[in-house]
Design a protein around this ligand. Structure first.
Ligand code: URA
Length: 433
């Protein structure tokens, strides 16, 4: 078999078979197929697309290109969630203990933040002592005992995707639906869970800016997940405003703790309850409404909060910080953002708000940057809220005083104010099953 013939076949819009796709994935991962042929292949896929069958084969081949996690000992109880990335998105810290408190086996390999979006691993590392690396044995044993574990991604998970994603990034082939779907889903399939809930973010702070694009991606991922034999659903949720009111690593842990303690009833809680309910409905094959009742009961009873403590403790984290979040180190410098006129917040450019948190030190501008765990933003007013001239609408926090001018400018430019109250927009647009 020759890579030339596979590229030509795809270029002509024909469907590739399993042997051809496997030949490409194996050869490219091993290095026998060079970057220039893989680039031509990606461009052919970009223009000609892939059938559902081809995308399933590509996803499975990439999933098998490196280590895979065997969770078969948990039967139908294993569950995983994935968010396409957003600002203030700390849902994993809340959804995972809820699902584990209800008997699910929540296994999650999370990433670090990059660009304007945060990453769960960075948030967890803001808890003193928390270990984001466990051996495979420790990982499985913790899931058996505690019902959940959240760790960083293993070094050799889906090497085909690592290579291909880096290539797509420099060959203008990132935004191809079959390539995005196979990239995301191969990592989920390799991570082994039987049940998968996707949170596809949509809006100014998301990878997918419009509902139409988010829905196309969500439907494709659900189709391919099912084609790979998994139970799967996707929620399309709003990212035209940050989720919750805290952005920044320890600030987000504190907000998650407050939701689990029942001290906060906000948009963040609403999205988490929906994600957890969808997951419980998949895990136990019950209706969404029955699952929703279980989720609400476990939050009200405090069992989800206790599960969070049990999990943090099992991974070496100091639970004194969870019992008393005032112990988290506070940022040395703060600057309030104040409303310049009366009116309503009409829109928030969420990507710019994420970038403001990066300027403050809460995120990375490049992979090598270190993170200031206590830096970030506390938001008091969001889209649709009424504001009065001189009122505090947010506070910026950092340990680097020099950064305020750029951060204030960036935050102010992210917000538009109108004299009329904007039409409310849904928080959860759709659930695709
Ligand atoms: N995230 C991924 O993991 N892969 C893509 O292709 C796009 C977003």
């Amino acid at each position: 078999m020759r890579m030339y013939d596979i590229i030509e076949k795809k270029r002509n819009g024909e469907e590739l078979n399993e042997r051809e796709i496997n030949f490409f994935v194996k050869g490219y991962t091993e290095g026998s197929i060079p970057d220039y042929q893989a680039s031509a292949f990606c461009m052919a896929v970009y223009f000609k697309g892939m059938t559902e069958k081809e995308t399933v084969i590509l996803t499975e081949a990439m999933a098998k290109s490196g280590d895979t996690v065997d969770l078969s000992m948990f039967g139908n109880l294993s569950a995983d969630k994935h968010s396409t990335g957003g600002v203030g998105d700390k849902t994993s810290l809340i959804v995972a203990p809820i699902v584990a408190a209800l008997g699910g086996k929540l296994t999650k390999m999370s990433g670090r933040g990059l660009g304007h979006t945060g990453g769960t691993v960075d948030k967890l590392e803001s808890i003193p002592g928390y270990k984001t690396t466990l051996s495979q044995e420790e990982f499985i044993s913790q899931i058996e005992k505690v019902g959940m574990a959240i760790i960083g991604q293993s070094g050799n998970l889906t090497p085909a995707d690592k290579k291909l994603y880096a290539l797509r990034d420099v060959t203008a082939t990132v935004d191809s639906i079959p390539l995005i779907v196979s990239s995301i889903m191969s990592k989920k399939i390799a991570a082994g869970s039987h049940n998968i809930v996707l949170d596809v973010k949509c809006g100014s702070g998301a990878f997918m800016k419009t509902l139409e694009d988010a829905e196309i991606l969500a439907r494709e991922m659900v189709k391919i997940g099912k084609g790979c034999g998994r139970n799967i659903a996707a929620l399309i949720t709003d990212m035209d405003r940050p989720l919750g009111s805290a952005i920044g690593n320890s600030l987000e842990v504190i907000e998650a703790v407050k939701v689990l303690k029942g001290e906060l009833d906000n948009d963040l809680k609403e999205v988490c309850v929906s994600l957890a309910s969808e997951m419980i409905s998949l895990v136990y094959s019950i209706s969404y409404d029955d699952a929703l009742k279980m989720v609400n009961d476990t939050l009200i009873s405090g069992k989800a909060f206790l599960k969070m403590k049990e999990w943090i403790s099992a991974q070496g984290g100091d639970t004194k910080y969870i019992d008393n979040t005032d112990l988290f180190r506070k940022a040395e410098f703060s600057r309030d953002i104040v409303a310049e006129t009366d009116g309503y917040i009409a829109s928030m450019d969420t990507e710019k708000i994420g970038l403001t948190s990066v300027i403050l030190g809460a995120g990375r501008a490049s992979k090598e940057d270190s993170i200031d765990f206590s830096a970030g933003i506390l938001i008091y007013k969001k889209t649709g809220d009424e504001i009065r001239k001189g009122e505090k609408i947010a506070t910026l926090l950092t340990n680097n005083n020099a950064d305020f001018n750029d951060a204030v400018k960036m935050y102010n430019s992210s917000i538009t104010v109108s004299s009329k109250k904007p039409e409310p927009k849904p928080l959860i647009y759709k659930i695709i099953r």
